[in-house]
Ligand binder design. Structure first.
Ligand SMILES: Nc1ncnc2c1ncn2[C@@H]1O[C@H](COP(=O)(O)OP(=O)(O)OP(=O)(O)O)[C@@H](O)[C@H]1O
Ligand SMILES: [Mg+2]
Length: 280
């Protein structure tokens, strides 16, 4: 799948700018610092990956940008405007987050229609029915799914609803926290393709957290590696497939993802052989 070209907008600066972001949980002797001087920027229309071991602070960075934490230090800007510590409506219209587990992020007793109508009501946006129909078809779901509950959907369909809910306010930026890791491998590819298409179609900017360098290679222009709350490496994704990166952690990730790709190819070949024996 083709990645879009990054469109720089020098007049406004980067779409996302993170400068010297620091954050601790707890106070005094029990304080635990989890982010140390995190610096990066994401250009308009770019897909920027954030990878790294569990607990390295990836989700925490997204949560700071999404306005879920207010005790960070440093500077966060969107489209050249500094973000305050409190989440305001303007930020919700520009930035939305998609979580790993769509079952957890959708209310079990709310239909798809209710889940999609809620952000519109909160922001006083009219044209409810037309917008819900448009967003369902945009994420590839039948319009009849309006009346389904989360338990009546497959994992992939639930993640499509979560993406629709994030997109219904027409944000310019999606913060994606491992959006495919809770899904079956075949469904992962469908959701990745959907995200890639939406980005091209709507010119969205993505900040994407993942453990999977295959996902990075599929979707991202650049990737930053986090370790123990710090960014320890940053690479153009095009460079990852050719030469071996010098940073040991990035190298480990690349080797793991090549191993994973070989294993997936073997599984696919075994499945294909089994299918042809059944067909014969
Ligand atoms: N609300 C919280 N209170 C206290 N500590 C927290 C809180 N949220 C996260 N942490 C700690 O902050 C660190 C970073 O967590 P974070 O969730 O950002 O990691 P991550 O890189 O997203 O990991 P994973 O890949 O497992 O999702 C961890 O040590 C975690 O235990
Ligand atoms: Mg996380």
């Amino acid at each position: 799948m083709a990645k879009t070209m990054t469109m720089n907008t020098p007049a406004n600066g980067p779409t996302i700018q993170v400068d010297k972001l620091n954050l601790s949980f707890g106070i005094g002797a029990s304080a635990n610092q989890v982010l140390y001087d995190v610096d990066f920027s994401v250009e308009e229309g770019e897909a920027f990956g954030l990878v790294g071991e569990s607990g390295s602070g990836k989700t925490t960075v997204l949560r700071c940008l999404a306005g879920q934490y207010d005790h960070w230090q440093g500077s966060l800007s969107i489209h050249g405007q500094k973000l305050g510590r409190k989440l305001d409506r303007a930020r919700c219209r520009k930035v939305q987050m998609v979580f790993q587990d769509p079952y957890g992020s959708l209310h079990p007793r709310h239909t798809v229609e209710t889940a999609l109508a809620e952000p519109l009501a909160i922001h006083g946006i009219g044209d409810r029915d037309a917008r819900i129909d448009a967003i369902l078809s945009k994420v590839g779901l039948p319009l009849s799914f309006r009346f389904r509950y989360p338990h009546q959907l497959s994992g992939g369909q639930r993640q499509r609803v979560a993406i629709a809910r994030a997109l219904i306010l027409e944000p310019r930026i999606l913060l994606l926290d491992e959006p495919t890791s809770a899904l079956d491998v075949s469904v992962q590819a469908e959701i990745l393709n959907l995200l890639a298409d939406l980005r091209v179609r709507d010119g969205l900017t993505y900040l994407l957290v993942t453990h999977d360098l295959g996902v990075v290679a599929h979707l991202c222009d650049r990737v930053a590696v986090m370790q123990q709350g710090r960014i320890v490496d940053m690479q153009e994704c095009a460079a990852l497939s050719g030469s071996m990166p010098t940073h040991p952690y990035t190298r480990m990730l690349v080797e793991a993802s090549r191993h994973y790709s070989r294993e997936m190819a073997q599984i696919a070949a075994t499945d294909a052989a089994a299918a042809s024996r059944v067909a014969a």
